[in-house]
Write a protein that binds this ligand. Structure first.
Ligand SMILES: C[S@@+](CC[C@H](N)C(=O)[O-])C[C@H]1O[C@@H](n2cnc3c(N)ncnc32)[C@H](O)[C@@H]1O
Length: 294
């Protein structure tokens, strides 16, 4: 078995690390400049070495690039869903995006999967080669406890407002709706917000609705003017596990009266009744409360 190691660079003592690994054959990979080990490797033991951040397991050794061969290799890995990253070195001209599309009938991709596959392409003596590694993402927590949450902004006016919500939706795996009277105009803002936010958002859908009347879930609005405060919100969360729709006004005008009239509940947040949070700050604060209770 052959593995490459991604190291924790902070305060790294390479000599100390090499001593810990002295029962393996150690070399430095010349393409990606990573420490490479081979031998009888116990992955569980290797993961415990404090200097190592990630262990990349070589699934396919370097071979000359032929799409058909690559497809065969990928299909062997494709029984379970994984997230594929493609990296190119030494001025390989194959665009990762279009290569991924050519592999889509074969691979089953899930961007949120903890199983990661790295496909690397590099050039040597004018020929293109590929190799494949896998690794398990550490430290990602289960996001399923947020699966009953949808967030909604009423009439977002700024690309930044949408971008800030998109970021939280990505991190917590939330569904996102907006109330907007002009779907095309909103889609234009959404596309700008997606490129500003970066991250895996190309397939992320935001549903545009005309008002709150046809939305599912318990409608919970947030406003600094609401009678019920955050202590009552905490009690509400303790007793409600159903689909929750968290509704926010835009940063300029807040929630309209029309939206307030359709709410099942409304709550105010923070100890302050004068200065409002921005909507994305309110959402982050709510998610903190929610996480602490689940
Ligand atoms: C910048 S605020 C809107 C300010 C608006 N001028 C107003 O007074 O409602 C944006 C949104 O964040 C949420 N929000 C901000 N501060 C809040 C608070 N203290 N309690 C509950 N929600 C709050 C509300 O949904 C609000 O519509």
């Amino acid at each position: 078995m052959k593995c490459q190691l991604i190291l924790k660079k902070f305060d790294l003592d390479l000599d100390k690390l090499k001593k810990k690994l002295d029962h393996f054959q150690i070399s430095t990979d010349k393409i990606a400049n990573r420490l490479q080990i081979s031998g009888n490797i116990d992955l569980g033991e290797l993961q415990k070495v404090s200097e190592i951040d990630r262990v990349l397991v070589e699934e396919k050794e370097a071979s000359q690039f032929k799409l058909e061969d690559l497809r065969k290799d990928m299909s062997k890995l494709g029984k379970n869903k994984f997230h594929l990253q493609i990296k190119t070195y030494n001025s390989v001209k194959i665009p990762p995006g279009s290569l991924k599309k050519k592999l889509y009938p074969i691979i089953k991709e899930n961007e949120n999967s903890k199983n990661k596959i790295i496909l690397e392409l590099f050039k040597e003596k004018e020929k293109t080669f590929y190799r494949i590694f896998s690794y398990q993402e550490k430290g990602m927590q289960d996001k399923s406890k947020y699966s009953n949450i949808t967030v909604l902004i009423e009439n977002p006016r700024l690309v930044e407002e949408i971008s800030d919500f998109l970021r939280l939706c990505l991190i917590f795996n939330l569904k996102f709706k907006v109330i907007h009277s002009n779907k095309n105009e909103f889609e234009r803002m959404l596309n700008k917000a997606k490129s500003m936010t970066k991250g895996k958002l190309s397939d992320f859908k935001v549903e545009v609705v005309k008002d709150l009347s046809k939305t599912d879930g318990i409608k919970i609005g947030f406003s600094k003017h609401a009678q019920k405060d955050e202590k009552e919100f905490i009690e509400f969360l303790k007793n409600n596990n159903k689909n929750l729709l968290f509704i926010f006004g835009n940063d300029t005008f807040g929630l309209t009266q029309q939206a307030r009239d359709k709410l099942d509940y409304s709550f105010s947040l923070t100890p302050d009744k004068v200065k409002p949070l921005k909507a994305n700050q309110a959402l982050a604060y709510i998610l903190g409360i929610y996480t602490s209770l689940r």
